[in-house]
Design a protein around this ligand. Structure first.
Ligand code: URA
Length: 235
């Protein structure tokens, strides 16, 4: 594929703008400066560099973000900055979107992609993708709270009680909860319905994919082939 086309596909502007980037000496291929925008490159394993930043060739952009507190996941954030502002412009230009949402006051693992199929698979209610949360509670975590969450609690506007797939006490005021559905404010509403209150919420994992300990709030990284394997809910 032509370099100019590759850059355009990766969010670096129009074909003309991409040509300009290359001609101005801002692009390297596998570490070597390349000033020919029309050079044909094999895309398999290709890494190109723009202004010193490496970009792996990626048909779709699939990444994880450690969502910090006080960022909104909505397309048009109202009261706080949007999570997409934490990404480089070239990624935002590729029309990436969060897979599901975390509340403004929830931190943790947020997946972001422009791959509609992946987004659909991971958000579809049918697939029952487990999401693991750590909730800090106002009152101590009693066995009764765990029992109620596992048995199912009735939420306003829901026809049936909803049960957690797993719930365990991990500290006096700390609860680890696994949910396989993703309703609005679900953890907070379930815990409230069981007589306690969530004071802080953090998502630790989606399916088998854990938020890496070395990914700081506000940082993002590409999903590796191994990560994507862990998120394969296609069957
Ligand atoms: N449940 C909530 O209440 N909030 C979140 O952000 C995610 C799950």
């Amino acid at each position: 594929m032509q370099l100019e086309r590759i850059l355009q596909k990766h969010g670096f502007g129009s074909r003309r703008e991409c040509r300009g980037l290359v001609r101005r000496g801002r692009v390297a291929i596998n570490g070597t400066l390349c000033e020919d925008p029309f050079v044909e490159l094999a895309i398999d394993g290709l890494v190109f560099t723009v202004d010193g930043v490496d970009w792996p060739y990626a048909e779709f952009a699939c990444l994880m973000l450690h969502k910090p507190l006080h960022y909104e996941c909505s397309r048009k954030p109202k009261h706080h900055p949007g999570v997409l502002e934490l990404l480089p412009v070239a990624l935002r230009e590729r029309d990436v979107q969060p897979i599901g949402r975390l509340d403004e006051d929830t931190s943790g693992l947020l997946l972001i992609t422009n791959d509609g199929q992946l987004n659909h698979q991971l958000s579809s209610a049918k697939r029952k993708v487990p999401k693991i949360y750590l909730a800090t509670t106002k009152h101590p975590v009693e066995q009764e709270l765990i029992d109620q969450l596992l048995a199912g609690v009735l939420l306003t506007d829901e026809p049936e009680p909803i049960a957690a797939a797993a719930a365990e006490k991990v500290g006096e005021h700390l609860l680890r909860l696994t949910l396989t559905s993703g309703k609005y404010h679900q953890v907070k509403r379930m815990v409230a319905a069981a007589g306690n209150r969530v004071e802080a919420l953090h998502r630790e994992a989606v399916g088998e994919l854990q938020l890496p300990a070395d990914l700081k709030p506000g940082e993002w990284r590409w999903l590796s082939a191994d990560d994507l394997q862990k998120l394969d809910y296609s069957r």
